[in-house]
Write a protein that binds this ligand. Sequence first.
Ligand code: FES
Ligand code: FES
Length: 153
Amino acid sequence: MKYRIDVNGAARDLDVPRGTTLLDALRDDLGLTATRYGCGRGQCGACFVLADGRAVASCLMSVEQAALHRIVTVEGLGDGERLDAVQRAFVDEDAMQCGYCTSGMLISATALLARQPAPEEDEIRDALAPNLCRCGVQLRAIRAVERAAREGR
Ligand code: FES
Ligand code: FES
């Protein structure tokens, strides 16, 4: 089936079987491999992308559904080599270890700050709760989101 989806501000054409997940299309067909496969069941947050500004699990979204939304992946957050404020704050706070969960956390943080530019700590915790991290960087990730909110976007 042929589809056209809006990814990171550009129309991208796909020819994939019906029911293909957005995650598979991003990684395997469009080469956007920053979005990670974790559980494939909507339970880990590794595959999160923005769909019209909301953080969603791309492992649960079909390409058909994705065609109805503006999709942004981590590759679309910065500007070329220039990191955006959330990405920079994660680097400055050393909020990653193996990095497997980082893309999903960046997406959740970006969605939060778009709807709440000055979040309380419990709001940040809630926003990052779906993003599981085996390496234990959650506290640093919370500090990173606080920094990003402070330093503006
Ligand atoms: S891979 Fe999608 S939520 Fe885990
Ligand atoms: S930094 Fe390794 S899973 Fe989060």
